[in-house]
Design a protein around this ligand. Structure first.
Ligand code: AMP
Length: 516
């Protein structure tokens, strides 16, 4: 019987020379070198530790840990053991973790040592049996325990349709939804991208990836990691993005993946030149719209055309600009539907639109997720009767097949590549003393793509202090969700249906973050 375990596919792609370096760390006090054998043995020991816990099939393993090679190995070990990985943003605070743990009911929680007090308490109160710690200096109880386990492990047999990962994406109502991705969702997408982006295996000269993205999100966890592993390519591993340090390593690399903010930051480095990029083969951007200014400035400075692609937690990658010819990569578009992926545009009533007309983006394919964890009704709402997934994005497809995203139907704000759902932030602001109501919007920000702005109405007679609102929010939610600016106004603009007209607010505050 074949085993559909994604780890087995990745492991089969390891190069014959298991003593070659698979990962080199760039920002540890000393560079660390992990061979392919180290990845194999380390993930086997972690998988054996998980197996020793005798967890029921389909158990969730939640991890809120700093980025490290060991954290990546934990992800791979969860696949290998046949359990379900649940990555959590390191910025999440207690209220958020409480929700995820309550909703996903993980069997195991792994957290940073410094957070063990509060994360452990939330987990144990919710009935979680096992809480381990893992820090980015290779310390913590997870590795201590794994050290007692054997370093060989046969990947657990799974079916392609079995869950591999649950990625939480916030909902517009403020409630997060867990997108259930299967082994086959992830494998099919990784294999398509391997061909589409012409990854070079060691036999054809090899690629070297610079990995500088977080690993609790699809871009860094799936697109980047699967890409490198599936090709036996070496990775230069940055735990934190530092534009100067990344630019300094470009001559050793061939592939870089970033959110638009990273490209903007790197353009701020004088050391970013054509010569510095001469060895590079591919720069990929996604997760948020890449401004044409950035696309053009990058081409002018480096001679390389950034390849923009589009995807989401529920579907992994959907569209991509072509690899060849480079001149066919079109700025402002996200390229073509990937092979095997269907992309169609529908109007508000679900009817087809004419070519080039704007409408709702719907998608289908082996990469499209199984549904939202324990939300069958929400899942049903997000699929059409003929089983296309409604992405919530608004866009168009031209006669050649290029897809352009023009906006988000749900007013999502994307700041520095992270999604902020206004309703979640508004709900917190509205609870503060003296606040009548609020509207959270995103406006152009030179560094983050969009900056979060809160427009707040005081209760009659109350005086609101914008700085105090910001300070309170910082203790309640992840920093990237906290408004960078708070505007106090006497009332919010509304249409006849009583809906707040966020477009008017965006227009009014459009220039807030423009350089003076
Ligand atoms: P997430 O689930 O966090 O990956 O966010 C997915 C959303 O990010 C998509 O639904 C889009 O709205 C947005 N997105 C991803 N890639 C792009 C892109 N290249 N251009 C514009 N928006 C993008």
């Amino acid at each position: 019987m074949t085993n559909d375990n994604l780890f087995a596919t990745l492991r089969a792609a390891f190069p014959a020379d298991l003593d070659a370096v698979a990962v080199e760390t760039a920002d540890t006090p000393q560079p660390l070198h992990y061979t392919w054998r180290d990845l194999d043995r380390g993930t086997a020991m972690l998988a054996n530790l998980l197996a020793s816990l005798e967890l029921p099939p389909g158990s969730r393993i939640a991890a809120q840990v700093d980025k490290s090679v060991e954290a990546m190995m934990l992800y791979l070990a969860v696949l290998r053991a046949g359990h379900v990985y649940l990555p959590l943003n390191t910025a999440y605070q207690a209220g958020e973790i409480e929700y995820f743990v309550g909703n996903a009911e993980p069997a195991v929680v792994v957290c940073a040592k410094r957070n063990f007090g509060w994360v452990g308490k939330i987990a144990f109160n919710a009935g979680v049996q096992h809480v381990f710690t893992l820090d980015d200096d290779r310390s913590g109880t997870l590795l201590d325990r794994a050290a007692f386990h054997a370093d060989v492990h046969e990947p657990a047999p799974v079916q392609g349709d079995d869950l591999a990962v649950i990625v939480y994406t916030s909902g517009t109502t403020g409630r997060s939804k867990g997108a259930m991705l299967t082994h086959e969702n992830l494998r099919s997408n990784a294999l398509v991208l391997k061909d589409y982006w012409a990854w070079r295996t060691p036999a054809d000269g090899g690629d070297v990836l610079i990995h500088a993205l977080p690993i609790f999100h699809v871009h860094g966890l799936f697109v980047a990691i699967h890409g490198a592993l599936l090709n036996g390519s070496k990775t230069i591993w940055f735990a934190r993005f530092d534009p100067a340090a990344v630019v300094a390593r470009l001559p050793e690399a061939t592939v870089f993946m970033g959110v638009p903010t990273l490209y903007v930051r790197m353009l701020g480095e004088a050391a970013l030149t054509r010569e510095q990029c001469a060895h590079m083969r591919l720069f990929v951007s996604g997760s948020a719209p890449l401004l044409i200014e950035t696309f053009d400035a990058w081409r002018e400075r480096t001679g390389h055309t950034i390849l923009e692609r589009y995807g989401m937690s529920e579907t992994v990658m959907l569209t991509s600009n072509p690899y060849r010819p480079e001149s066919a990569r079109r700025g402002g578009t996200v390229g073509f539907a990937l092979p095997g992926v269907g992309v169609r545009i529908r109007d508000d009533r679900g009817q087809p639109v004419a070519t080039g007309e704007v409408g709702h983006i719907q998608v289908k394919g082996p990469n499209v997720f199984k549904g939202y964890w324990r939300m069958p009704e929400k899942t049903a709402d997000e699929f059409t009767d003929d089983l296309w997934f409604k992405t919530g994005d608004v866009g168009k497809v031209d006669a050649e097949g290029y897809v352009t995203i023009v906006g988000r139907s749900k007013d999502l704000v994307i700041t520095g590549g992270y999604n902020v759902y206004p309703a979640e932030v508004e709900a917190l602001i509205n609870e503060l003393p003296g606040v009548a109501e609020s509207a959270v919007i995103g406006v152009p920000h030179p560094d983050f793509g969009e900056g979060v702005v809160a427009v707040v109405v005081p209760r009659s007679g109350a005086a609101l202090e914008p700085q105090a609102i910001v300070a309170t929010l910082k203790t309640r939610i992840a920093g990237y969700k906290v408004p960078k600016h708070v505007v106090v106004v006497p009332e919010l603009p509304r249409n006849q249906m009583g809906k707040v007209q966020k477009n008017l607010l965006r227009d009014a505050h459009r220039a807030l973050f423009e350089p003076a």
